[in-house]
Design a protein around this ligand. Sequence first.
Ligand code: HEM
Length: 120
Amino acid sequence: MSEASLFDRLGGAEMVDKIVDDIWINHTSNPKVKQRYIDSDPDTVKRLVREFMHAGFGGPLEYTGRDMLAAHTGMNISDEEFVAVCDDVLKALDKNEIGQTERDQILVALYSMKGDIVGV
Ligand code: HEM
């Protein structure tokens, strides 16, 4: 029997939607990064992050946004901001009672993108 996808283990589309909503709430209330999203359209960013998670975790939606390097180039994002954003994601996972294995897997995935996001 093959192992269930991360997407299914998280709880599918409904849980991904909840996590994405909570990540947005956390980012826009986190003093370390909230200024970054001041001009963003919440529905657009949430849609793209939802698609990104589907595509990365084995869900049905296709990602239609830019790659991480293109999306963050010119922002000059710091290490501290990167950690703050990762913490916001972990907080959203904890709030939704996501298991330790899935949490660890997502943290590794986030960290692996750091080089395309920080200081670019
Ligand atoms: C691994 C960590 C991260 C992931 C997976 C991620 C993911 C994304 C995605 C999928 C988008 C949409 C791409 C597009 O516009 O085509 C995006 C845009 C953006 N990200 Fe990130 N991001 C990460 C880290 C960060 C950090 C650390 C910051 C700064 C605090 C940041 C700030 C932004 C901003 C300001 C946008 C543009 C929103 C807009 O266009 O209105 N991101 N990110």
